[in-house]
Design a protein around this ligand. Structure first.
Ligand SMILES: [Mn+2]
Length: 251
């Protein structure tokens, strides 16, 4: 079983070449399961705002692997299962597979108190139904305003505020009973060895990006970071053999 995880493509209709580059890059890696781990789209204000490029991208993703899951990010949490079904894509807040948890990752940035308060508000059904009841142009204007405010906040704060918090990582992994955590959002791609496992982080995208491949068979679990672009290259690989609890770096 081979799972490819990518995130943070931040696809935006103003840049159509990014859609085709991403389709090509992601299509190069064969997998049984594709997980789009959030912020696939730069902004999502409702399905009535979907462009033909958005729809074409989702159609391609739904066909690439036997199963395709989309995990909502902070930009595109308003996607929904009813609408994604037409592409053969499942909408799930998180995925647990082979003792690995896949999430978007914004929930790990618990030092960012202002963001966590905002997140709790916009994820409530009340906020969402009030927002979706507004006309499309008004929703787009609100989303533009939120993005401008977020850019300004990020430019004026220490780097560490936007990163995953170690204690939160431990707590989330324990709560799900996993020894591998895979996430995006922070735009800090790496595979970090932990006391009791691994934390693998996907990158954001330009014309290329860094994804994570999790491969599991009867005796080996293998985690790779893979550069996805005009061609794909393995950057790091960690594996764990049956009977040995620790992960070993192979590349
Ligand atoms: Mn994000």
């Amino acid at each position: 079983m081979r799972t490819l995880i990518v995130s943070d493509l931040h696809l935006d209709p103003i840049d159509p070449a990014r859609y085709t580059a991403a389709i090509k890059a992601i299509g190069q890696v064969s997998c049984d399961q594709l997980i789009l781990a959030g912020d696939v789209f730069e902004a999502w204000v409702g399905t009535d705002g979907a462009t033909s490029a958005d729809i074409g991208f989702l159609e391609h993703m739904g066909r690439l692997a036997a199963s395709c899951v989309l995990i909502p990010g902070n930009r595109d949490f308003l996607l929904n299962q009813d609408w994604l079904t037409q592409f053969g894509i499942q909408y799930q807040t998180h995925v647990v597979t082979a003792d690995a948890l896949v999430i978007h990752g914004d929930e790990l940035c618990t030092d960012d108190h202002a963001y966590q308060t905002f997140r709790a508000e916009v994820r409530s059904p009340q906020w969402q139904s009030a927002f979706l009841a507004k006309p499309l142009d008004e929703r787009q204007a609100i989303a533009d305003g939120l993005r401008a405010a977020s850019r300004e906040t990020q430019a004026n704060r220490p780097e560490s505020i936007g990163d995953a918090v170690d204690q939160t990582v431990d707590a989330v992994m324990q709560a799900h009973g996993v020894d591998v955590l895979i996430h995006g959002h922070t735009h800090r791609p790496a595979i970090h060895p932990l006391k009791s496992g691994l934390r693998a982080v996907t990158s954001d995208w330009t014309d290329s990006g860094i994804g994570i491949v999790l491969e599991v068979d009867d005796t080996v679990r293998r985690l790779e970071s893979v550069s996805l672009g005009a061609k794909s290259t393995v950057l790091q690989a960690w594996s764990q053999r049956d009977g040995t609890p620790e992960w070993k770096r192979n590349v």
